[in-house]
Design a protein around this ligand. Structure first.
Ligand code: NI
Length: 270
């Protein structure tokens, strides 16, 4: 891996584990069964000119990544693309953006006021993708966003950073089946996302995915401190296509359920 890419992913990982304490434990637990290879990371943003999907993607395309797939999530009002690096061994990058104009004026106003606070010069630096929030938000505003879009609320609290890393089960010698990984995680007391079943997709769509529920972390809002969902860990098993090559894309129906891993309302229900 090129040095710049290596340090970019290392910085994304360092930032991610600071707000996802379970990730480190899971990394160690699964690491006893083989090398931990990262299948992909996921990044979130808003479709506003200053910070849209293409602006985030530019940091990766400048380092050799190429756009490979597009996805729509109508109900969640999201659009996404995934990027691959021609050199094997580099994780895929999945970037989604919230279609802000499809929401209420109230939500739009809050999101616009957040994005206005970002220094435009900061966006062009690689470190922007793990720069977190650039604004202050109250817990009331967070709740207003949450009522309309879990994704908008997550962004308001956490900003720009990896939403999840993903362990490739194909690279875990003695734990290559997703069902075995899930078993190990549950045995160790981790909560899995059961939206749409523990395993989303499967051999028939060439990709099976599962994930933990996001950690719950205390956040300092402008008014109070509150415990909310942060990030989660994902697990992916890829299957060979008729041409014998492992499928490298994503499955929108599965990703739709994976998004539920940071849903505060779902966490309350558990
Ligand atoms: Ni993912």
């Amino acid at each position: 891996m090129q040095a710049t890419l290596h340090s970019l992913f290392a910085n994304l990982w360092q930032d991610y584990i600071t707000i996802t304490p379970s990730a480190h434990k899971i990394h160690d637990l699964l690491g006893m069964h083989g090398d931990i290879v990262n299948d992909h990371i996921a990044l979130r943003t808003f479709n506003l000119e200053k910070v849209n999907l293409d602006k985030i993607a530019a940091h990766f395309t400048a380092l050799g990544y190429e756009e490979k797939g597009q996805y729509n999530f109508e109900q969640k009002k999201l659009r996404a693309k995934h990027f691959e690096h021609p050199e094997a061994g580099n994780p895929k990058v999945f970037i989604s953006e919230l279609l802000v104009e499809e929401f209420s004026e109230t939500l739009q106003n809050i999101v616009h006021s957040m994005v206005e606070k970002i220094d435009p010069a900061a966006v062009s630096s690689n470190s922007f993708v793990y720069s977190g929030t650039h604004w202050e938000i109250s817990s009331k505003e967070y709740d207003i966003l949450l009522a309309e879009s879990e994704y908008a609320a997550w962004m308001s609290a956490w900003g720009f950073r990896a939403n999840h890393f993903t362990v490739s089960s194909n690279h875990l010698d003695s734990l290559s089946q997703l069902t075995s990984i899930n078993g190990k995680l549950k045995e160790a007391g981790f909560k899995l996302n059961t939206s749409g079943g523990e395993i989303k997709g499967g051999e028939e769509v060439f990709l099976a995915q599962s994930s933990t529920m996001a950690d719950e972390v205390k956040v300092r809002f402008s008014d109070i401190e509150k415990v909310i969902p942060s990030c989660f860990y994902e697990f992916a098993q890829r299957y060979p296509m008729p041409n014998g090559k492992l499928y490298q894309g994503f499955v929108a129906a599965s990703a739709d359920k994976i998004f539920e891993s940071t849903n505060a309302k779902k966490l309350d229900a558990l």
